[in-house]
Structures are given as C-alpha cells and as structure tokens.
Design a protein around this ligand. Structure first.
Ligand code: SF4
Length: 287
C-alpha cells in the first residue's frame, strides 16, 4: 500500500507565525492568556496551555494580563476594547488583515459588503465586523454567505470578499449572482494562496487514491473544506489524531492519500503517517 502525503499538509505561514508569537508572549509576560483557542487544533491549544496560555473569554481577562488574539481574526470592537485595556499580542494572519481592511474600506465607500464564508465562523464574522465599522450609513448592507442562494441583497454597488479559507467555486458563484442584482460589483479574491494550493493538491491526490485521510481539528473550517473536496471524488476519513485511524479503513487499498489542515501540527501529522507505516504503508513523496 502506497501512502502519499500532500506537500502542502500541515501548518501554514499564518498559523506558524501565530504559534511563535504566542510562545513569545508566554515566555515574556508573567501572565498571558489567549482570547479563545489560538487556532482550531485541540492538541496545539493544549500544548500552549501547558506553556501557561489559557484560552479565556473577554470578560475573564484580568487587569494587567497580556492578551494573545486568534490567528483567524478578532471582531473590530472587541480588539479596540482589549487594546484600550492593556497589552495585546495580535496574531491575526496578515492575509486575514488584508481582507478585514479591504472590507472596511469598501464599506466606507458605500459598497454593500458580501463576505463569502461560514456564517458564525470567527474569521468571517471578524471580516464582517470591520465592514460594519467602515459603514457610515445604516449597517444592514453587510452579509456573510456561504453560497449564491443565500444572497438576498441588491442595490447600487457591492464588494465581494472571501474568508481566506473559502472555496474558489463558491466565491465565483456569489460574484456571478451579484451581477444581475447590483449596478456595480467589485470582487476581491482574498482566498489565501496557501489554502487554494492545499485544496487543489488535495483534489488531485484524492483522484489518484483509494482512500483519503484528512488530519485536523473538528472545528477547523479549512480542514472541513478539505474533507468536502476530497469526499466529492473519493472515500474520505477525517481524524484529529493517529489514535482514531481504524485499520479496517485501509483494507484492500493500494494508495492512501494523507493531507492535513493548516492548523494541524507536524507532530500530529507525522504520528498518523507512522501509524500507516506500522499498518503496512510505504510512504512516497507527494506526486
Ligand atoms: S490559511 Fe492562509 S490566511 Fe489562514 S492563517 Fe494560514 S496563511 Fe493565514
């Protein structure tokens, strides 16, 4: 059985940067806390907690504590409140920041802002919060939609941005759906290149495999997207760690592809690969 590991699997630039900053804050500040989980990976959150970085809600932040914010963005009003209160280590990924700034600027110019992403997801909601901050007019022209059928708005002008982990197809469909509804439409492909590359590679690997194993946290949006993409073409299993891998899944498989979400630590991915080797796998380079 060949095991093919995606070259793009594991920590992306933004997550690595956030983890390094958080580790730095834990080392420097006598008391530092994380505003919620730093990234969507339970094993990594646990490791950071062992370094002293407890995930807390805003109301639990004590005076003098350094607050480390999430890599996938913090709502604009919450960030302002925290910064007014004490030291903040903002680990928002620069690509998410670009999207937040774009949304705010377009809103300030009177565009309805449509964020293609997951309603309720912290990143999508943080982008929407910056758009709301930028609007001088009533705030009802900011929406987070997953796909074109959820689009209810219409009007003079719209700007479409995407959660950095959105699917390119969904962004394209929403932009197309905006065209007949608005006189002017501006579209910004704010999908992170690392995400787009990871999704393309996952799709290609899935096509050539009998089974795909996707490793990543259950709350990770980009991991879920990888699972959806792979499941469209091949049988796919989603695991958080090696201990969930059942030997029965690989029976009769000649090629097993492995990929992982952007917040999956290397050690978790390596443990999955090692377990596949123990079960008879022969690891090949990504093709
Ligand atoms: S996936 Fe892209 S946008 Fe998201 S944290 Fe990683 S580098 Fe940043």
């Amino acid at each position: 059985m060949k095991v093919i590991v995606a070259e793009s699997a594991g920590f992306c630039f933004g997550v690595r940067r956030a983890v390094e900053r958080a580790e730095g804050a834990a080392a420097e500040a006598s008391t530092a806390v994380c505003l919620g989980p730093l990234i969507h990976n339970p094993q990594e959150v646990e490791r950071l907690q062992e370094l002293g970085l407890r995930p807390v809600e805003e109301a639990e932040v004590a005076a003098g504590e350094t607050v480390v914010t999430r890599s996938h963005g913090t709502p604009a009003d919450q960030l302002a409140r925290l910064e007014a209160r004490g030291p903040v280590v903002d680990t928002t990924c620069p690509f998410v920041k670009v999207c937040q700034q774009r949304a705010e600027k377009m809103a300030s110019e009177g565009y309805a802002v449509i964020v293609v992403g997951d309603p309720g997801h912290p990143e999508a909601e943080s982008i929407a919060s910056f758009a709301r901050r930028g609007r001088s007019a009533p705030e009802d022209a900011v929406r987070v939609v997953t796909d074109a059928e959820q689009l209810e708005l219409g009007g003079k002008k719209a700007a479409v941005v995407a959660q950095t982990t959105a699917r390119e197809e969904n962004l394209a469909r929403v932009v197309a759906a905006c065209l007949p509804r608005f006189a002017e439409v501006r579209a910004f492909n704010t999908i992170c290149d690392a995400t787009a590359r990871r999704q393309r590679e996952a799709r290609e690997l899935a096509r050539g495999a009998d089974l795909v194993i996707v490793v990543g946290g259950r709350r990770s949006a980009n991991t879920r997207r990888l699972v959806d993409i792979c499941a469209e073409v091949r049988q796919t299993r989603w695991i958080e760690g090696a201990e969930e891998l059942s030997p029965g899944w690989i029976e009769g498989c000649e090629r097993v592809a492995v990929t992982a979400g952007a917040s999956t630590p290397d050690r978790v991915l390596s443990a999955v690969v090692r377990r596949l080797e123990v079960l008879g796998g022969n690891v090949q380079d990504g093709e």
